[in-house]
Design a protein around this ligand. Structure first.
Ligand SMILES: NC(=O)c1ccc[n+]([C@@H]2O[C@H](COP(=O)([O-])OP(=O)(O)OC[C@H]3O[C@@H](n4cnc5c(N)ncnc54)[C@H](OP(=O)(O)O)[C@@H]3O)[C@@H](O)[C@H]2O)c1
Length: 364
């Protein structure tokens, strides 16, 4: 394992290609912007903007947002941050997890007329004339995927969108969507903590030439070692709620034991636990581009350091042997909650067949 510092000049930040049929070159590490506006405590807009600016300075130019983050305020924040720097950015946003301006959840919407409306609204909020990568945030089981992707493909023809993506989609949905228009990337949770994607999804993506964008590559923060109790989280942090069982009670205790193992391996290599976790995701293939989220410049800089961590085959084997954090608890292990949530999603018709883990927050 070798490391470097966090002063990677933008020009030397490695890049990776997502997708082959419709290829999009991005920085090997992206920046998740969600937590700047919602879910993970209260952030100041100025800090979010400073973090985005520092990311661009460091060459971390693949920015991830969604219309439902805030709702809407995160796209506006990103739009303000990239004003005047649009050419430096590969901009990804999402639609389909419909919310009202006051935050009320309206359900999953993949109807073609809504796709068109949502894209125009995102373009306006972001202050741009095109979106580089436009994802369907959640699959709408009431609308054939062919119709949703057909409408997304029209956005490409109209020049409003350059590449298409899906999030949390099943193998069957991915295949059907890709047959309508090349899908460039699938965004789904993937980390040392959550590895269900390895079973069927990743092989399918590789067969079809679709890139993987792992969200929550730090396990929603737990893999950094910075969270040891719900008390470490702001009062309004959604990770304190039952939506995130990995941060609750016995599941949290078990997960912290796994994080301790990550910390041990990281310390032996003079990197932080978060850097080890990100380096592990980066080592899973050149078609994998994680988007760790932060609202803080110092965390961003630390995370960029993961690009200089080269895990050897021996390192990867040691991590695997230690099962550093394979399948953290509070995911599939909390069956009653999983069942309850899946039942709720299915009754709303918004759970895709690929959703096999309880902790993939269907709300963000
Ligand atoms: N497609 C989907 O359904 C979906 C779902 C969830 C997320 N996402 C996207 O994926 C992005 C990343 O996922 P995520 O934000 O959920 O989880 P994550 O990247 O695994 O973790 C984010 C959390 O880790 C903390 N953190 C980041 N770097 C750190 C460091 N070096 N040291 C200590 N703590 C650190 C952040 O703290 P601070 O907030 O204090 O900076 C934040 O609380 C999101 O921003 C969003 O764009 C997509």
């Amino acid at each position: 394992m070798t490391t470097n510092d966090t002063s990677t000049p933008a020009a030397s930040t490695p890049r990776r290609a997502l997708g082959t049929a419709s290829s999009l070159t991005v920085s090997a590490l992206g920046l998740g912007c969600m937590g700047m506006s919602e879910f993970y405590g209260t952030g100041q807009e100025a800090d979010g903007i400073a973090t985005i600016h520092r990311a661009l300075d460091l060459g971390v130019s693949f920015l991830d947002t969604a219309d439902m983050y805030g709702p809407f305020t995160n796209e506006r924040l990103v739009g303000r941050a990239i004003a005047g720097r649009r050419d430096e950015v590969v901009l990804a946003t999402k639609f389909g997890n419909e919310r009202a301006e006051d935050g009320t959840r309206l359900g999953i919407n993949g109807r073609p007329d809504y796709v068109r409306t949502a894209a125009d609204a995102s373009l306006k909020r972001l202050g741009v004339d095109h979106i580089d990568l436009y994802y369907q945030h959640r699959v709408d089981k009431t609308v054939p995927i062919e119709e949703t992707v057909g409408a997304m493909a029209e956005l490409v023809t109209a020049g409003k969108v350059r590449h298409l993506g899906l999030s949390e989609a099943s193998v069957d949905t991915i295949r059907r969507a890709h047959a309508v228009h090349p899908i460039t990337a699938l965004q789904t949770e993937y980390s040392l903590f959550t590895r269900h994607v390895e079973d069927e999804i990743l092989p399918t993506l590789r067969e079809l030439g679709i890139g993987l964008v792992p969200y929550s590559p730090l396990g929603r923060g737990i893999l950094t070692g910075a969270i040891t109790s719900p008390d470490d989280l702001d009062a309004d942090d959604s990770r304190r709620t039952a939506y995130f069982p990995r941060f609750q009670g016995a599941a949290l205790e078990a997960n912290l034991a796994l994080v301790a193992r990550v910390r041990e391996i990281a310390a032996a290599h003079h990197v932080t636990p978060g850097q080890l976790a990100l380096a592990w995701v980066l080592a899973q293939g050149d078609d994998v581009v994680p988007i760790p989220g932060t609202k803080r410049v110092r965390y961003l800089e630390e995370n960029v350091g993961a690009l200089g961590v080269d895990l050897t085959a021996d390192d990867l084997a040691a991590i695997e042997a230690g099962r550093a954090a394979r399948c953290g608890r509070g995911g599939a292990l909390r069956r009653p909650l999983l069942d309850r949530r899946l039942r709720k999603q299915r009754s709303r018709g918004d759970a895709d067949g690929g959703l096999a883990h309880a902790d993939a927050c269907d709300d963000c």
